[in-house]
Design a protein around this ligand. Structure first.
Ligand code: RB5
Length: 145
């Protein structure tokens, strides 16, 4: 599974923990798109870079984006057709984001969730599956015509 990870400066510490955890998981091809320090940067730039890579890659690639709240970075990522970025602060939402919304990007807030909860949410997100059926039609309707 191809997984892209990115954050702004506010999410950098949590991204570091996530990257380290992902490296220990089997079957994950990981790409860290930055940022690479706590020096101030703009979350939309990272979100657009990661979103474009997922769209280009296709083939079930997933992304993880971290900023202070998860909000700004999700808003930017969701401007890309084909990207369904979900801000999750609990595991149930992470499971449903995959099962019903076929989310392909998980957004986390470094200032909202602790690292233990963040990794549990991420694990749930990565192991989730899309249920399809009626949800497939609804997900298709998300894209503006
Ligand atoms: C940066 O201070 C903060 O605004 C950003 O990380 C994010 O939370 C925006 O939504």
């Amino acid at each position: 599974m191809q997984v892209y990870v990115g954050s702004d400066h506010a999410g950098f510490p949590l991204k570091t923990i996530i990257v380290s955890w992902l490296k220990d998981q089997e079957g994950i091809q990981l790409e860290d798109v930055g940022t690479h320090s706590t020096e101030s940067c703009d979350y939309p730039t990272i979100a657009h870079d990661l979103a474009a890579r997922i769209v280009d890659c296709g083939d079930g690639a997933l992304g993880v984006l971290v900023c202070g709240t998860g909000l700004g970075i999700s808003m930017a990522a969701n401007r890309h057709p084909g990207i369904r970025a979900a801000v999750c602060t609990d595991s149930f939402s992470a499971r449903m984001a995959r099962a019903h919304n076929n989310a392909n990007v998980l957004c986390l807030g470094q200032r909202v969730v602790g690292s233990g909860l963040a990794l549990e949410i991420l694990n749930t997100f990565l192991s989730g599956t899309f249920e399809g059926g009626r949800h497939g039609r609804r997900v298709e309707l998300i894209e503006p015509v």
